[in-house]
Write a protein that binds this ligand. Structure first.
Ligand SMILES: [Fe+2]
Ligand SMILES: [Fe+2]
Length: 345
């Protein structure tokens, strides 16, 4: 699903000293981006740009596959066959998004094993929204509506990201994310319009719990976002965290009214002067607590991923052994053919 503008670059990624050649290459690179051009995997790029992208794309990929876990929790308890089929398809889409994104990150020269190792050892981040639990069936609808909805706001500008393999992956992903958002909204609409009072209360409770974490998905406020300016200059991030958050609040406000749910913010109201909705302060202390590993489900999520990696070892080994066997057979065949040709000659 889900990029989160966390801007958590480690200190060792500071810009190194450059040679005269590199300065010239970098000027050419920057000019290309300034005129709206794209960078391909084979093109020269500054090391810092490469590292920024590896970090961002891999955080995004990790978020896709960790995001499968809270939803997977409800596959066996979906209320109808139709909802179960939709949920399974959505979770499968998220796995696909993870794969597109790992493949895009690999074009920058970091292997998938390295990327996953960083996730499993807690070095790499993923979107902190997935460290919250899914307590009721309504949470699944709310994840589609709010979490996939916030993801779309974040991700549509990434389809114009200067790094072409990432931009291309995002085009495919965004098409699927908008289905995810609509299925979530539809599931909630059915509960609100045709459900019992208890079901409507369940939806409202889920909205109350997911609203603020959804706003946090856009990352820290612009003033505290240390790498935002550089990412904007490089055409990686084209719209700021706060601008995206505002767009999301404006769009969601009306959708909440259509659904008949209230958003848990007494300060949320239309501001005619600004032409936007005002909203209350976000609890950034909670955001950083969850990002830094102390949310309700951080341990559980990471343990599930590590376990899946360990349990899948035999599959990777078998696939490698099969590939080696095929390569050996192919080589033997080629040698035999070459011998035959030599004898015939
Ligand atoms: Fe999604
Ligand atoms: Fe996704």
């Amino acid at each position: 699903m889900y990029t989160q503008a966390m801007d958590t670059a480690p200190a060792e990624e500071r810009q190194p000293l450059r040679s005269a050649d590199e300065v010239q290459l970098e000027a050419r690179f920057e000019a290309r981006i300034a005129e709206g051009g794209f960078i391909e995997a084979k093109d020269w790029m500054p090391e810092h740009y490469r590292k920024t992208l590896v970090r961002q794309i891999s955080q995004h990929a990790h978020s896709e596959i960790v995001g499968m876990l809270p939803e997977g929790n409800w596959v066996t308890r979906a209320p109808t066959l139709k909802r179960k089929a939709i949920l399974l398809a959505k979770i499968q889409d998220e796995a696909g998004h993870g794969l597109y994104l790992y493949a895009a990150a690999e074009t920058l020269g970091t292997s998938r094993d390295q990327l996953l190792h960083a996730l499993h050892t807690g070095k790499a981040k993923y979107s902190s929204i997935f460290n919250y639990p899914t307590l009721s069936w309504a949470d699944i609808g709310v994840i589609g509506w709010l979490v996939d909805g916030a993801a779309i706001m974040n991700q549509v500008p990434l389809t114009r990201c200067s790094y072409a393999p990432y931009a291309r992956a995002m085009v495919r992903i965004c098409r699927e994310e908008s289905f995810h958002q609509r299925q979530g909204f539809d599931s909630l609409r059915v509960m609100m319009e045709e459900g019992s009072d208890a079901q409507r209360a369940m939806v409202q409770d889920a909205v109350n719990r997911w609203w603020w974490p959804s706003l946090m998905m856009f990352g820290p406020p612009d003033g505290e976002s240390t790498h935002g300016a550089q990412s904007a200059r490089w055409g990686i991030k084209r719209i700021s965290n706060d601008e995206l958050r505002q767009k999301f609040v404006d769009a969601t406000f009306e959708q909440a009214q259509v659904l008949g749910v209230s958003l848990p913010d007494p300060l949320l109201k239309w501001n005619a002067e600004r032409g936007h909705h005002d909203f209350g302060p976000i609890d950034w202390a909670e955001f950083w607590r969850v990002v830094n590993g102390h949310g309700p489900c951080n341990r559980e999520r990471l343990a599930a991923r590590v376990n899946a990696w360990e349990e899948g070892a035999w599959v990777r080994e078998a696939a490698l052994a099969h590939a080696q066997k095929q390569a050996r057979k192919q080589a033997q065949k080629q040698t035999a053919n070459a011998l035959q040709e030599a004898q015939a000659a």
